[in-house]
Design a protein around this ligand. Sequence first.
Ligand SMILES: C[S@@+](CC[C@H](N)C(=O)[O-])C[C@H]1O[C@@H](n2cnc3c(N)ncnc32)[C@H](O)[C@@H]1O
Length: 220
Amino acid sequence: MTLSSDHDKPLGFSADAGEITVDFVKGKLDYRRKFGGGKKQALSKAVGLHKSKQSLRVFDATAGLGRDSFVLACLGATVLGCERHPQVFAALHHGLQRALEDIELGEVLEDRLSFVNGDAIELLSCTANGVVSNFRPDVIYLDPMHPPQKKSALAKKDMRIFREIVGSDADQLDLLEAALKYPVARVVVKRPTHAAPLREGVSHSIKGKTTRFDVYMAQS
Ligand SMILES: C[S@@+](CC[C@H](N)C(=O)[O-])C[C@H]1O[C@@H](n2cnc3c(N)ncnc32)[C@H](O)[C@@H]1O
């Protein structure tokens, strides 16, 4: 199994070719950037972008294929995505380089989207003064691997392959605990619609079509 970034393929997985590609320029993400509902979409509301007058700084602790990071950056947030799997990080890195070479996207993403390779639990636990990897976030966003679904539709094949590579994120509760200790205004966790919250203390939830965003607001 190899992971790569190929400019000519849509973002996601090319299971037949045994490759994972990250492409921010074409395909599903380009469509979502143009027609995804802007700041009215659930992800934006969960992070607080729809109400924020200033640019929010979001630490995406589980960058994965960078889709959520990308959407947030296109909506005006400054995003640092963290990915611990080295091959997934490499695909992300190359995908971002390609996007920066694109005239239109390069302007949108420059200074607004970057990725770091590392374990977010360690990064969040080892940093002081609310600065992680030279970045001071307002929001921490988590989208750890969801539990496997019973229905195995063809469309889920890509996800099964991704799961084989990165595993099940068994330490996701530890990541949430580390995020909740961090001095940020809110922590957002993406969950399958019908799954229980990862932990109690949810302030409110925003429902999307297939997922739910559990928001933990800082106690003031
Ligand atoms: C479900 S995917 C995230 C998908 C992503 N939100 C997107 O839009 O493409 C989860 C990813 O988080 C990464 N991950 C999980 N726990 C992590 C941690 N503690 N530090 C860094 N990366 C982590 C996994 O390696 C995996 O690539």
